[in-house]
Design a protein around this ligand. Structure first.
Ligand code: ZN
Length: 71
């Protein structure tokens, strides 16, 4: 885990709540301006992790980063 920035966090389903549209909006939309986010995935095959980052093309918000564990 030491290869990732400390502000990365593991995805937990507990943080998603509400109906599917609310969840989808939480995933895809900028929480500041509501624009669709550009999401990048970097796969780390050595550690079997996917590092996800999202940036808003409108306001530059990029506060969402997650690490997925590949199973
Ligand atoms: Zn934005």
């Amino acid at each position: 885990m030491s290869t990732f920035d400390s502000d990365y966090k593991f995805e937990t389903y507990e943080e998603f709540y509400g109906d599917i549209q609310q969840v989808q909006q939480l995933i895809d939309a900028c929480q500041i301006c509501g624009s669709r986010l550009m999401i990048n995935h970097l796969t780390d095959y050595t550690n079997l992790l996917v590092q996800e980052s999202a940036i808003c093309p409108e306001c530059g918000n990029k506060n969402r980063k997650k690490v997925h564990v590949l199973n």
